[in-house]
Write a protein that binds this ligand. Structure first.
Ligand code: ZN
Length: 422
């Protein structure tokens, strides 16, 4: 472990984000939330001996996307710094964006000659997308000649389109209609500017031409031959630019790392200046390697000051509307935290546990409810609540805070915040 000027061992912190863990009381389950119903001795112990309260990931009543919520939890006000999903997607795929470039999240999709969408994921295509992407990459556009088109496939049917050049805008609508049996949309400017008009021209031409390039591509001819859906068009959505933020490492002078599988979360972590640590068997699903994550986190805390540990399983169960699966995921997280807290020196490390939003099993989507939070550490005031759940922590000693307060609160404990005033 490193030491600071005084020769004392420097303090560390871990932020554990249980994606979508917050919930609402469920009538069919004794009016309890999955967190209330779960057996969580380790979380309860941390809650009893730490600060507890409620946290609004972005602002009260606003259902946040995971991207916006993570921005907030890392201390960046999303209303100031969030610049659309596409830029984050590009970062997650390891693509460097210049401040003037605009990036889009894309799907390989299937359309007929009339541009009517029959499958937004092209039969969940897995193979051949690298060849298809190569055929699109570097396309010269007729309508906007001074742009460079970059297209990269990512996982399965997904990809990223980057328009590189100047005088572009991220304020343009999607060509992806987000439903089947309807025609591909024309992208429209969402602001009255020549930049937005220019960007829609480029995107609309790219979309049309992607169909011309892909429909007779050998990969698709073979797919049709074996009865699979051709990946014959690229449908773009979520225009975005690279967010102009200062990495945590520079803001606070800390070494940071993340343990996360989900590409979007990894992308945001990279932008925030974190090193990304891979864990064997971590899947982003209900069957993830919880104990492997605990071990990776305790190792990371020897080399880094601030570690993010992200678990997706709770969100997956929430979107599935599966109370029992969510309860089970929470119990697995509890055991993971048990393993982690055994392995680390709790007299030198703060442990923060919260969610990035509520994904209630009754709503099956994100909602704008506050989520529970606990901050355990060597010199924090015990809240004396007996359970870590939505109901108990409302009586906790932290009150109600916003997502972007968390990182400054932690950095204060690590002695990384400069005095405001003299
Ligand atoms: Zn989320």
């Amino acid at each position: 472990m490193s030491s600071r000027g005084s020769g004392l061992q420097s303090k560390k912190a871990i932020l554990i984000i249980c994606d979508g863990m917050g919930d609402r009381p469920q009538k069919d389950f004794g009016n309890r939330t999955p967190l209330e119903a779960a057996y969580t001795p380790h979380l309860d112990r941390l809650a009893k001996n730490g600060w507890t309260g409620l946290m609004d990931p972005v602002s009260p009543g606003t259902p946040p996307g995971s991207d916006v919520a993570h921005f907030s939890l890392f201390g960046y006000d999303p209303y100031k710094y969030y610049t659309g999903r596409g830029g984050l997607e590009a970062a997650g795929a390891g693509i460097q964006l210049a401040p003037t470039d605009v990036a889009f999240r894309c799907n390989f999709s299937t359309v007929d000659d009339n541009f009517t969408v029959s499958d937004r994921r092209a039969g969940r295509i897995k193979d051949g997308t690298a060849d298809l992407a190569k055929a699109l990459n570097g396309m010269r556009l007729e309508t906007v000649r001074d742009l460079t088109v970059e297209f990269v496939q990512t996982v399965e049917h997904r990809g990223v389109l980057v328009l590189r050049g100047s005088r572009l805008s991220r304020h343009v609508s999607d060509v992806d209609p987000h439903q089947l049996g309807v025609r591909v949309l024309e992208s429209k400017p969402l602001e009255n500017s020549p930049e937005a008009a220019r960007t829609t021209n480029a995107l609309n031409e790219f979309t049309r031409r992607s169909y011309e390039v892909l429909k007779n591509h050998p990969v698709n001819i073979e797919r049709i031959r074996v009865g699979e859906k051709p990946a014959n068009i690229i449908l773009a959505r979520g225009a975005g630019t690279f967010p102009q933020i200062t990495p945590l490492s520079r803001l606070y002078g800390v070494r940071t790392a993340c343990i996360a599988v989900v590409a979007l979360v990894r992308g945001i972590c990279k932008i925030a200046g974190m090193d990304v640590i891979d864990v064997e068997g971590a899947t982003g699903g209900l069957n993830t390697n919880f104990m492997g994550k605990a071990e990776a986190a305790s190792e990371a805390l020897q080399r880094y000051d601030y570690v993010l540990l992200h678990v997706k399983a709770t969100d997956v169960a929430g979107h599935d509307g599966n109370f029992e699966a969510k309860k089970k995921a929470i119990e697995s997280i509890d055991r993971m935290i048990g393993r982690l807290t055994q392995a680390i020196d709790l007299s030198q490390c703060y442990v923060v546990v919260t969610a990035d939003h509520t994904t209630s099993v009754s709503v099956r989507d994100h909602s704008g409810d506050p989520v529970p939070i606990l901050i355990f550490g060597p010199d924090v005031l015990a809240s004396d609540v007996t359970r870590f759940c939505e109901r108990s922590v409302a009586h906790g000693n932290l009150g109600r805070i916003r997502g972007f307060d968390i990182t400054p609160i932690v950095m204060n404990y690590l002695g990384k915040i400069k005095k405001f005033g003299y």
